[in-house]
Design a protein around this ligand. Structure first.
Ligand SMILES: *Cc1c(COP(=O)(O)O)cnc(C)c1O
Length: 352
């Protein structure tokens, strides 16, 4: 009989901070596809796969962290959750809070979140507060709120978030039969890079894999504090999900980079948009701009001759392209040809 996926907490219960007696808040997250990318593999001379996290219930990997964060909130008996967000955390928090019957408050940087993500927070019933500032400033506010009021913080500084997000590394090991040589992902607030490194280390300890991957992180050039070596004051990039200048998980991300023998580099916005278009047109996977950063970073590394021949490389593509169609379509001519209701006319336009 086919295996029915039960959400990441139940699937990996032996490695999660919960047990059978806990009331688990899940929307069935995880179990996302690991899709081969043949045209990119050919160009870089390696076996490249994309872990399609846009397939999660609210369209981003944040759901892996939210099932565990919200499950713990319910266990603690709290009734209100808060987060700062560039969009996807608020979409996910709003959905999981709705499912659990909790009040959800989200602080977002004014005018800097994609329309689809904003729509998600609204339809799931979150209370939206727009802040005349950037993500880092929103995070400062919600940290203080959670310290001074009875309200639970569900940003990735909440350790339960990383516990959930580490399961993506478990899945990659399960899907490949071992860890990859290199794992690549975008780096914003740096929770996910920290969670993957923890996940790959736990998979090794658990005996599921025989090795650890190098972690290659990719930032947007206008928001690249790890490349600069210090926080950035006014981060700017088209990839709003990684428009972050003061990453909360700084030390954990540096550890992931250095212990794995990897690196964190930056790519330009145009490299990101080209990689996004390429993934959609050549691989059939539509991702949001931030998610294309690792692909852009991989193509750039290949151009420098730095991709080991024949390596197995997995790239996390973090969020669904449908969340931000405006950016994906910007600068494209879209003028569909109109024809009468006539098959001959259709054949003619198609040059058949
Ligand atoms: C949150 C997010 C990121 C960045 O992840 P961090 O854990 O903050 O580094 C990247 N891409 C998408 C689509 C996101 O939602």
């Amino acid at each position: 009989m086919a295996h029915v996926w039960n959400g990441i907490i139940r699937e990996y219960l032996d490695r999660m901070p919960f047990d059978e007696s806990d009331t688990i808040v899940t929307l069935g997250e995880g179990g996302t596809p690991l899709v081969p990318a043949p045209s990119i593999s050919k160009e870089v001379g390696a076996s490249v796969f994309v872990k399609v996290e846009g397939m999660n219930p609210t369209g981003s990997f944040k759901d892996r962290g939210m099932t565990s964060a919200i499950t713990q909130v319910v266990k603690d008996g709290d009734h209100t959750v808060v987060c700062a967000s560039t969009g996807n955390t608020s979409a996910s928090a709003a959905a999981y809070a709705a499912h659990a019957g909790l009040r959800c408050v989200v602080m977002i940087p004014q005018g800097k979140i994609a329309a689809g993500k904003m729509a998600q927070a609204i339809v799931h019933g979150a209370e939206l507060v727009q802040v005349d500032g950037n993500f880092d400033e929103c995070l400062d506010i919600v940290r203080e709120l959670s310290q001074n009021y009875p309200i639970a913080l569900v940003n990735s500084v909440n350790p339960y978030r990383l516990q959930g997000q580490k399961t993506a590394a478990f899945e990659i090991v399960d899907q490949l039969g071992d860890a990859p040589d290199i794992h690549m992902l975008p780096v914003g607030n740096a929770g996910n890079i920290s969670a993957y490194w923890m996940g790959f280390k736990e998979a090794l300890q658990h005996g599921d894999s025989t090795r650890l991957p190098k972690i290659w992180g990719v930032q947007a050039a206008g928001a690249a504090p790890f490349v600069a070596g210090h926080p950035i004051k006014d981060p700017e990039t088209v990839a709003t999900a990684i428009r972050i200048g003061k990453p909360a998980s700084w030390d954990l991300a540096i550890a992931a980079r250095d212990e794995s023998g990897g690196w964190i580099r930056a790519v330009s916005d145009s490299q990101i948009l080209n990689a996004q278009a390429r993934l959609a047109a050549d691989v059939g996977v539509f991702v949001e701009p931030a998610s294309a950063a690792p692909i852009a970073g991989l193509l750039a590394a290949a151009a420098l001759g730095e991709v080991p021949a024949g390596a197995t490389i997995t790239c996390t593509v973090t969020g669904n392209g449908l969340k931000d169609t405006a950016t994906a379509l910007a600068g494209r001519e879209i003028e569909p040809t109109v024809i009468p209701v006539d098959t001959e006319a259709a054949a003619k336009v198609l040059g058949l």
